[in-house]
Design a protein around this ligand. Structure first.
Ligand SMILES: Nc1ncnc2c1ncn2[C@@H]1O[C@H](COP(=O)(O)OP(=O)(O)O)[C@@H](O)[C@H]1O
Ligand SMILES: [Mg+2]
Length: 580
């Protein structure tokens, strides 16, 4: 500081003294005359402008290693766009004119070269230290910082924080893949986290899932990983366990084909139609019939699932307050009279005055019995019949049973998850609303189990089952209208899974449909190329670290993506390995 002052006051010597602060001049090699010449802003993000030597070849996604001669610091930059270094001026127009029409005339070489120069717009990934890329608050200085293509050693640093867990592919630099720099991802750490796999159809979401599941199953089976983590995985096409074909007609192997003994040990199928898969019985751990008893749902979950109105929900609350068992409520609700018609009279008889109509009240006063429909309040009767129909619709779903005596798979479900199995939930033949309902009911059971243990002794807490639920088309479950009511089961699943050792691995091609606040709370993202610019913007709002990667993603080859994870977000461009 004092030296700086001297320069300012001692005006005579100022120019020479100032020069001393500049490093000795080095003449860079051709192709290396790439100078940081300024900054610009892109939304909230600062970008560095690197004026490129005309002979230097670079593209979006490339990594540049920059050296600041003044401070002797090294930085890592990523090219996010390429622009022209100089604006077009009158003298340039004249020169172009000469070029086009007067081959005999000399053109002014320096101006011509300047005209041809490009500017790389870069994002600063961090400062390069010996073994890592860090953020220590330093920034490249203007003019004394030159950039060259990053060395392979430096590139490798990009993946240094991605060396634990399942191998999912390798480092990607722009359109190029670095097969000798693996990228790993910890599936076990997803417990209690929220992670989004997002990308347009056909860009490799399922392929990424196959890599994760394959690696996870192997890890769980090898016993090297001492923490058993269960996976519950949506499968709309039964494409994970079994071989399928892709659009090019190639066979995409299923987990069973690739895993052999591992799938026998740890892979379970949960299906409404287990008979369809009997031929595979000897190759997997178990095929379990999906049977979820209605009675195991709480009444408030029922209200959420059946999407009841406020008035209807109030009726259910009244009943809840009577302290009667859920099972009794359901059997009363579904009770029929001697003619097979819904029996509403039972409500007056069992649940008392709150259900009486004016006529009913009179009768009771006179000491008579509640005996016919008119004795029951009309409004309540209507609401009950709506609730009845909703329950009947729920019961019609192929995975619901009336009560445990008709079948109950929840015990097996929890047991297999506890053992670290991967359970593939067969949603192949289900309707959209059934698929969604199934997810909620399954998650509710896991949630309830872990919640029950969470507040107990250490021994009980150890009985919580660490689970990761992979949910396809997750935008429906995580949409604004679903998660808006904080007391609903949807909001519980979306917002509070964290404390109950439940991880959410959401898969979608429509990130915009996910509630914004919720998206902002995601711990990580695997972003594959997206269809709409708006989709990317929505994601970058939720995770600003992604914002520099829009062009990188747009130009990435198939299987190319970006992972952002943790806090602060670590980020890596990745080439997911094809599953063959
Ligand atoms: N990482 C990858 N490497 C090479 N090809 C891939 C990769 N990911 C996907 N593909 C190709 O694209 C096809 C569709 O991929 P898929 O994972 O089913 O996409 P999505 O689930 O996003 O619709 C695959 O069958 C494969 O041919
Ligand atoms: Mg898919």
């Amino acid at each position: 500081m004092t030296e700086a002052k001297n320069i300012m006051t001692n005006s005579g010597a100022s120019s020479n003294t100032l020069r001393e602060f500049f490093p000795p001049r080095e003449v860079p090699q051709p192709k290396e005359i790439n100078f940081v010449v300024g900054t610009q802003s892109d939304g909230d993000q600062k970008r560095y402008q690197v004026e490129l030597d005309v002979n230097f070849d670079c593209r979006v996604g490339d990594l540049l290693e920059a050296k600041d001669n003044r401070t002797d610091r090294h930085y890592l930059l990523m090219v996010v766009d390429i622009d022209y270094a100089f604006p077009h001026k009158t003298e340039h127009a004249q020169m172009l004119d000469l070029l086009r029409r007067r081959p005999d005339k000399e053109v002014d070489d320096p101006t011509f070269r300047a005209l041809c120069k490009n500017l790389a717009i870069c994002t600063l990934l961090g400062e390069i230290q010996e073994r890592e890329i860090t953020e220590r608050g330093y920034r490249p200085s203007k003019y004394t910082t030159t950039a060259v293509e990053a060395s392979s050693h430096t590139e490798k640093l990009m993946a240094s924080e991605w060396q634990i867990g399942v191998n999912i592919g390798s480092l990607r630099v722009g359109r190029e893949n670095r097969p000798n720099v693996p990228v790993r991802f910890s599936t076990v750490e997803l417990v209690g986290k929220r992670f989004l796999i997002v990308g347009q159809t056909g860009k490799g979401k399922s392929t990424a899932m196959r890599q994760l599941l394959d690696g996870h199953l192997r890890a769980m089976s090898s016993k090297q990983e001492n923490r058993q983590v269960g996976f519950l995985v949506d499968d709309f096409k039964m494409e994970y366990p079994f071989d399928t074909y892709n659009q090019a007609g190639e066979t995409v192997p299923g987990l069973i084909s690739k895993l052999g003994a591992v799938s026998k040990d740890k892979l379970v199928i949960l299906s409404c139609n287990p008979d369809e898969y009997r031929e595979h019985t000897h190759r997997i751990r178990d095929i379990v019939q999906l049977q979820l008893p209605l009675e195991t749902l709480s009444l408030s979950v029922l209200c959420d699932l059946a999407n009841l109105t406020e008035a209807q929900t109030n009726v259910v609350r009244l009943i809840e307050d009577t302290g009667k068992k859920t099972s009794e409520f359901f059997s009363d609700l579904l009770a029929v009279d001697e003619y097979g018609m819904p029996n509403t009279v039972i409500w007056g008889r069992k649940y008392g005055p709150m259900f009486y109509s004016a006529a009913g009240k009179k009768k009771v006063k006179k000491g008579e019995e509640i005996s016919e429909e008119e004795d029951i309040d009309k409004g309540l009767r209507d609401r009950l019949s709506y609730i009845r129909r909703a329950v009947q619709r729920l019961l019609k779903m192929p995975f619901m049973t009336r009560n445990a005596s008709y079948g109950d798979c929840t015990g097996k479900l929890l047991q297999y998850l506890r053992e670290g199995c991967t359970i593939i939930v067969d949603k192949n033949q289900l309707e959209d609303h059934e698929r969604e309902m199934l997810t909620v009911v399954l998650l509710y059971h896991i949630f309830r189990h872990n919640q029950g243990m969470a507040s107990g002794s250490k021994e009980q807490r150890d009985r919580m089952i660490p689970v990761v639920a992979a949910i396809e088309e997750a935008q429906y479950l995580l949409s604004q209208d679903k998660v808006a009511d904080p007391d609903s089961i949807f909001a519980k699943i979306a917002f509070t899974g964290r404390s109950y050792q439940i991880g959410l691995l959401a898969i979608t091609q429509r990130p915009q449909a996910i509630q914004k606040e919720l998206l902002g709370q995601f711990d990580g993202f695997l972003v594959l190329p997206l269809e709409h610019a708006n989709d990317f913007r929505h994601l970058a709002d939720a995770c600003p670290a992604l914002s520099g990667y829009r062009n990188d993603l747009a130009s990435a080859p198939i299987g190319g993506g970006v992972i952002a994870y943790g806090s602060p977000k670590k980020i890596v461009s990745v080439q997911i390995e094809n599953y063959l």
